[in-house]
Ligand binder design. Sequence first.
Ligand code: DAH
Length: 371
Amino acid sequence: MGEVETLEGAAVARIGAAEDLAALEALRVEYLGKQGSISGLLKTLGSMSPEERETEGPKIHALREKVQAALTARKDVLESAALDARLAAETLDLSLPAPDAPKGSVHPVSQVMDELAEIFADMGFAVATGPEIEDDWYNFTALNMPESHPARAMHDTFYFPDTAPQGGRMLLRTHTSPVQVRTMKAGGAPVRIIAPGRVYRSDSDATHTPMFHQVEGLVIDKGIHLGHLKWTLETFLKAFFERDDIVLRLRPSYFPFTEPSVEVDVGFAIENGPDGKGRRVLGGSGDEPGHGWMELLGSGMVNRKVIEMSGLDPDQWQGFAFGVGVDRLAMLKYGMDDLRAFFDGDVRWLKHYGFSAFDQPTLSAGVGARA
Ligand code: DAH
């Protein structure tokens, strides 16, 4: 057996026995590296006679190819073994036990929004939405608050540095009222919608957070008057608080987007709580002894300028609007006293005040059922 055959037998055997990729690489260098033995054999071709080269040349090239093939084959085997080992080591045990009961809960704000949608759907209202990033035309101008209007300053607005497409300023909406304008512009009249959602103002204490929730109501039709407004609010609040003795007081007020404007107060009684402290319980006239009035929401007949800026003829279409804090409704109904806790994400609070996902508010089962 010549040198080439001896080398081939040894190389193929050693490569086949290489235990890991590092040992295999060492063998590759030993045979095929610059100083390797096969490379050395190839170099001898230059000093051979032409006849010798003719017989030896193909043998040495064949040897190099066989060794290369053996290296590649072994590498595949070692790599797939390494992958199998890694897959075995890194498996996830999907048989870990699930928690006994679902851990999450529905946030009171979500629950109250669902309650509102349910109550108003029964009165024929659809749910409308609008963008939280608004421009100052929808948030202010179209609601009869032109550039210099003092109410703009009262809103503690978060402005963006960007300019709106129409040239105004971009901002985080300070109220849900711009949805009134968007709804009328997009769909014309008649309109019967509520628009719940997030609003933003630069303000923070126990009853104010930089982000909070409002629900807007809008009715536009022919011959709508304040009586319709009062009936709608009374029907809504009786259903929401689940009491028939809710009494409202409409007080003259001012909002740029309504004329006339009314602030709505609701009567409450002071009752002793379990801790012996007096607490306010909604119901009854605020004028009775031991009772009082609590300011609840803003509303009024939609200003004809707003109807006009929304693309409708105010001589033909009239309506009413209202706006109320959703968080405030939740606090009154479910008894929380600090608004900031709504947004802290404290699991103890969420567990205490949260709702089961199965506790869907329905008018037939009750919009306020607790799990
Ligand atoms: N947009 C008012 C606010 O955020 C609330 C409001 C008052 C809305 C009267 C209305 C309304 O639609 O008629 O303070």
